[in-house]
Design a protein around this ligand. Sequence first.
Ligand code: 6PG
Length: 236
Amino acid sequence: MATIVEKFFDSKDALTAELSATLEQSLISGIEADGRAVLMVSGGSSPAPAYKHLSNLELDWKNIDVAMVDERWVDTEHDKSNEVFIKSTLLQNHGAAANFVTMKNSAVTAEQGIAKCEAAYQQLKRPFDVTILGMGPDGHTASLFPHADGLQNGLETPQLVCAINAIKSDVTGDITQRMTLTLSAIAQSKVVKLLISGEEKLAVYKAAKAGGDVNDMPLRAILNHPTINIEVYWAP
Ligand code: 6PG
């Protein structure tokens, strides 16, 4: 089992306040210890307020690398692009000075884009200071989707990134081709913050934690990992 600390809050505002404070502290500590800090970011509604808060802080942003946890293989102007989302939330105000490491490149497919993306991610300091993960109602995290083409590789490869083609569902929408951090990369983080909102997703998290097939709920690979240090943030 991973080391799991569950932090349950009464409100999203309380979650955001605590999350923002701990992210700020991790970035400061990372820079103090190593000269640079690395923050791995997910999309989703849960982290957005903390990203906006952080963007207003006077941190040593030029020594912070912000890198994507996962990305849809869409144009970088696309409204479903996580890159667009991070630019419009975290990389505003003071945060605009951070070094942004993105996943999408000019390759036609995510598979063809792996080598360039992997090379960029290999340049980042490890362990990463913080990796922020969300969770879908299907038990996916990052873009490790249930029974996806590429999932097995993503769980087993020592590489940092991999291509995924998810099975189309209400959760994936039309865009099933993704790039994502691998399980190995996620494990190379000082701390993983798993953000969960609402009762429905809380039940999904509990079902994942109770055990079962990793292919049905890839979040289990994180929860079962022997060395990952996870903090679960939940708010109604
Ligand atoms: C995706 C979404 C997804 C999202 C989670 C958590 O790539 O399909 O970005 O992975 O991060 O569903 O979303 P919330 O933060 O809104 O709960």
